[in-house]
Write a protein that binds this ligand. Structure first.
Ligand SMILES: Cc1cc2nc3c(=O)[nH]c(=O)nc-3n(C[C@H](O)[C@H](O)[C@H](O)COP(=O)(O)O)c2cc1C
Length: 212
């Protein structure tokens, strides 16, 4: 029962990391293990739509951590994606990273690493652009058959640097309640599996692109 938490900032010691650490503490209180995965400051490639993931069942690029993250995802019961707000969207690096994570996971086995598992995104900004950035990150969950977890507000908090984080008590409360909701849902899903409740009978045969 591990939650895999992605820090989408270049900064392994910044505001996004601080938000994930607040959630990790609540998860620990709820008996749920966590791992924080820092994207770091090295370049992250964008998807080049080469289609090789359909052949290799993994991303063709091996000089960053995309394939490692997908392998960890198979072992994880839930996900939290954290990003700073950059010009009212998530960081470029987290979008490039997640495009390749999710496209290769779809090509490998129709999102088996993620499907029917809970996911939540959290975003941090000095002032504005949080809900637009939040919307972008939540898109990955809906298409991958995941369960989107909410809190007592949209999952945002405010800080220019991590030292500002304690000055946003409602933001902290939102993060803590989000972790409580996800921990509860993970336990409910396990109880359902243990009770023999089958997974939903998903249909995926129909695919249209509106022009043919
Ligand atoms: C390129 C860039 C763009 C930014 N755009 C916004 C923005 O649109 N709105 C905002 O309130 N803060 C913006 N910020 C501030 C960051 O969101 C804020 O400093 C955040 O706490 C950084 O998180 P981190 O320490 O996890 O990287 C921007 C910062 C940078 C470097």
């Amino acid at each position: 029962m591990k939650v895999l938490m992605l820090n989408g900032s270049w900064n392994a010691n910044g505001s996004s990391k601080s938000g994930l650490e607040i959630m990790a503490k609540t998860f620990a209180d709820e008996g749920v293990e966590t791992e924080i995965f820092d994207l770091g400051a090295k370049p992250v490639r964008d998807c080049i739509a080469c289609g090789q993931c359909a052949v290799k069942k993994a991303c063709v690029f091996t000089d960053d951590a995309v394939n490692e993250f997908v392998q960890k995802a198979y072992q994880s019961a839930g996900f939290v994606f954290a990003s700073p707000v950059y010009y009212a969207h998530p960081s470029g690096r987290i979008m490039s990273f997640l495009d390749r994570v999710f496209f290769s996971a779809m090509c490998a086995d129709r999102y088996a690493a993620f499907r029917h598992k809970p996911g939540a995104s959290i975003v941090v900004a000095r002032r504005a652009g949080t809900s637009a950035a939040f919307d972008c990150l939540n898109k990955y969950f809906g298409i991958a058959k995941m369960l989107v977890v909410g809190s007592t507000y949209w999952n945002e908090f405010h800080a220019l640097t991590k030292d500002d984080v304690p000055q946003d008590p409602e933001g902290i409360q939102t993060l803590e309640n989000l972790a409580r909701h996800m921990a509860w849902l993970i336990k409910c899903l396990k109880a359902g599996r243990d009770a023999g409740i089958p997974l939903p009978d998903i249909k995926e045969e129909t695919i249209t692109n509106f022009v043919r």
